[in-house]
Ligand binder design. Structure first.
Ligand SMILES: Cc1cc2nc3c(=O)[nH]c(=O)nc-3n(C[C@H](O)[C@H](O)[C@H](O)COP(=O)(O)OP(=O)(O)OC[C@H]3O[C@@H](n4cnc5c(N)ncnc54)[C@H](O)[C@@H]3O)c2cc1C
Length: 541
C-alpha cells in the first residue's frame, strides 16, 4: 500500500509513525512544505519567553531521525499543488520550482492551517510577527533580545495571543492585547472573560476589546498600530487573529469542504473520497456533545485524529467520537481551562442549562502553596447531565478539566460525579474533591436547597431592590450591615423576613450557611451571591 501524507507536523507525523508500526510493509511518504517536521507549535510562546532555551528543543524530530525511527520517507521543502483523484496522483513542487508527480493508493491530507494575514497596511514591516513555526518564534525572540522593544501590541485575544502576551510581559515588554470581539478568551462565558481581563490588567497586560485592527504604520519600523478607536504606540506587533485551513490545493478536486474551507470527514477521518483521509487542523470534526460540526485546530486533536486515521488505513475500524472544546492556558499567575459547553453555548444548543460558579480550595488549605479554584459548572436541568466546566486558579486546573472530560464523554450526571472516589492526600487535593464539591453546590442549587444570584445576574443589575448583607468572616463590604452567622438564633435585626436580601461573603460558602440558617428562621427572599467577593466587585447599594 502506497500512502502519501501531505504535511509533516503534528497530524502527518502521527499518521506516518502509527501506520508504519501497524504495517511495516506500507510504503509511507510524507511531503511537507517547510524545512522542519514534527515541531512543537504549542511551545513557541515559551521559546519566545526563554522558558524553552533553544530552538532544538522545539523540534521533536528531524526528518532524518524520524525516517530512521519510523521507516516512513520524509521529503521536506515539497509543496503539493494538485490532487488527481481519477489517476490517484499528487503533483508537488520543490523549492527549486521543479514539479513531480507521485502515485498513491491512499492519500492523507494533514496540511494544517496558517495564520490569517489580513490585507492591511504595514504588515510587511520587520517588527510584525505571526506565530506558527519555530522560525517565527526565533525571529521574535531575536528581535526582543536585540533590545529597544518597550511596547508590544498583540492582535487577537485567543489562547495564542494571551500566551505570547504573557511571555513578552515576563521579558519586560508592556503589552496591549487588541480584539474585535467584546472580550478576550473565546469559548469562556462572559463573566469569566471579564474576570480574566481584570486579572491581566493587574499583571500589566491591557486588553482593548471591541476594537478593530486597521494596520500598522511606521517609517521602516513599527511605530503605531491603527485601530478604529485610536492609534497605539508600539515597537512590535504580533498577529494572532486566527488560522485558516491550508486546503487551497484541493480546489477543483470535488473533495467536500466545509464553509470555512476545512475538509469534511466522517468519524473514520475519511473525506468524501474514501481513499483520501484528512486529519488535524485542516479537517472539520464533530462535537462529542452536540454531534454537530466543530472545528478543533488543536495539537491534541491533530494527534488523536492522526492515530485514528492510521488505524483505519490498516484495516481497523476506529471511530473518532469528536472534540469537546477542551483547552488549557497559562496566564500570568493564573491558569485557565475548560471543556464541554459554556453556559452560552449550552443554551444556544437548546439545553435547559443550569450553572454555578463556586470558589473552593485546590488542596488542603493548610498545605504550602494551597490556593483556590474558581469553578463554573454547566449542566442540563432535566437529564442532570454535566455539559461543561470552566476553571481558573493558580494550581492544577487541568486536573478538574480532564476529570470533566472523562465525565462528560461518558454522559455522567451530577449525581454520578458527587460520590466518585477521587484521589486525596493533603498535598494534592481536598477530602471532597474540588470537582465533587462544585457538583454538590450545583446539586444544592438544582434542588432548591441553595438559592443564588449568579455573577452574570448581579452584573446585569439583578440585585436592584436587594439589601446587601455582609456575611464574611469579618466585615468586608464598606457600607453594608455585617452579620455574624454564628450569632443568628432567630430574627436578624434590621432585616424583614420577606425583604430581598443578598448574602455576600468571601467565596460563597458562608453565604450558603447563613441562608440555610435564615430560612429556618423564616426568611424567604435571601439569595447567595455565587463566587462572593473573590469573583465579584460588590457595592453595598
Ligand atoms: C503558538 C501556538 C501555540 C499553540 N498552543 C497549543 C496548545 O497549547 N495546545 C494545543 O492543543 N494546540 C496548540 N496549538 C495548535 C497546534 O499547534 C496545532 O493544532 C497543530 O500544530 C496542528 O497540527 P497539524 O499537523 O494539523 O498542522 P500544522 O502544524 O499546520 O502542519 C501542517 C504542515 O503541512 C504543511 N503544508 C501545508 N500545505 C501543504 C501542501 N500543500 N503541501 C505540503 N505541505 C503542506 C505546512 O507547511 C505545515 O508544515 C498552538 C499553535 C500555535 C501556533
Amino acid at each position: 500500500m502506497r500512502v502519501i501524507i501531505v504535511g509533516g507536523v503534528a497530524a502527518g507525523t502521527k499518521v506516518a509513525a502509527k501506520l508504519k508500526r501497524e504495517d511495516r510493509s506500507a510504503d509511507v511518504t510524507i511531503l511537507t512544505k517547510g524545512k522542519d517536521i514534527s515541531y512543537a507549535g504549542c511551545g513557541l510562546p515559551y521559546y519566545v519567553g526563554k522558558v524553552i532555551p533553544d530552538r532544538e528543543s522545539l523540534v521533536v524530530n528531524t526528518p532524518e531521525k524520524f525516517a530512521a525511527l519510523t521507516g516512513a520517507k520524509v521529503i521536506t521543502g515539497m509543496e503539493v499543488t494538485k490532487v488527481d483523484r481519477a489517476k490517484k496522483t499528487v503533483t508537488a513542487v520543490n523549492e527549486a520550482g521543479e514539479e513531480s508527480i507521485r502515485e498513491y493508493d491512499r492519500l492523507v491530507i494533514a496540511s494544517g492551517a496558517s495564520p490569517i494575514k489580513p490585507p492591511l497596511p504595514g504588515l510587511d514591516l520587520p517588527q510584525v510577527f505571526f506565530m506558527r513555526t519555530p522560525d517565527d518564534a526565533v525571529e521574535l525572540r531575536r528581535t526582543v533580545e536585540a533590545g529597544g522593544m518597550k511596547r508590544a501590541v498583540v492582535v487577537g485575544g485567543g489562547f495564542i495571543g494571551l500566551e505570547i502576551a504573557e511571555n513578552l510581559t515576563a521579558m519586560g515588554i508592556r503589552c496591549n492585547v487588541l480584539d474585535m470581539a467584546p472580550h478576550v478568551f473565546p469559548g469562556f462565558d462572559e463573566e469569566i472573560q471579564i474576570f480574566v481581563e481584570n486579572h491581566l490588567a493587574e499583571h500589566g497586560i491591557n486588553t482593548m476589546t471591541g476594537t478593530r485592527f486597521e494596520g500598522v504604520t511606521g517609517e521602516g519600523k513599527v511605530e503605531k498600530v491603527q485601530t478604529d478607536r485610536r492609534a497605539l504606540k508600539a515597537d512590535l506587533v504580533v498577529l494572532s487573529i486566527g488560522v485558516r485551513a491550508n486546503t487551497g490545493f484541493l480546489k477543483d478536486t470535488g473533495i467536500e469542504l466545509a464553509p470555512n474551507q476545512t475538509v469534511l470527514v466522517n468519524d473514520h477521518m475519511q473525506t468524501s473520497d474514501p481513499d483520501i483521509y484528512a486529519v488535524g487542523d485542516c479537517a472539520m470534526v464533530t462535537s462529542r456533545i452536540t454531534g454537530k460540526a466543530a472545528w478543533s485546530p488543536m495539537g491534541s486533536t491533530a494527534n488523536i485524529t492522526g492515530r485514528m486515521a492510521a488505524g483505519n488505513l490498516t484495516g481497523k475500524d476506529v471511530a473518532y467520537h469528536g472534540a469537546m472544546g477542551t483547552a488549557v492556558c497559562q496566564l500570568p499567575e493564573l491558569n485557565a481551562g475548560k471543556t464541554g459547553l459554556s453556559e452560552a453555548q449550552a443554551k444556544e444548543a437548546g439545553f435547559d442549562a443550569v450553572s454555578v460558579i463556586m470558589v473552593t480550595d485546590d488542596k488542603a488549605h493548610y498545605m504550602p502553596g494551597a490556593g483556590s479554584f474558581i469553578i463554573k459548572l454547566v449542566a442540563d436541568r432535566g437529564s442532570r447531565r454535566l455539559l461543561g466546566v470552566q476553571v481558573l486558579g493558580k494550581g492544577a486546573v487541568d486536573k478538574v478539566v480532564d476529570t470533566c472530560v472523562a465525565a462528560i464523554a461518558m454522559h455522567a450526571t451530577v449525581d454520578d460525579i458527587a460520590d466518585m472516589d477521587f484521589a486525596y492526600a493533603p498535598p494534592f487535593s481536598t477530602a471532597i474533591h474540588p470537582l465533587s464539591h462544585a457538583v454538590n453546590v450545583l446539586m444544592n442549587k438544582m434542588d432548591g436547597t441553595l438559592e443564588t444570584m449568579t455573577p452574570a445576574e448581579y452584573a446585569s443589575g439583578a440585585a436592584e431592590g436587594y439589601k446587601v448583607m455582609d456575611v464574611s468572616l469579618k466585615p468586608s463590604i464598606e457600607g453594608a450591615p455585617y452579620v455574624d452567622l454564628t450569632k443568628i438564633e432567630g430574627e436578624v435585626e434590621g432585616f424583614a423576613k420577606d425583604e430581598p436580601i443578598l448574602l455576600v461573603c468571601a467565596k460563597g460558602k458562608r453565604g450558603y450557611l447563613t441562608q440555610n440558617r435564615m430560612k429556618y428562621y423564616g426568611y424567604t427572599k435571601t439569595r447567595v451571591l455565587e463566587g462572593g467577593l473573590a469573583f465579584n466587585e460588590v457595592e453595598a447599594e
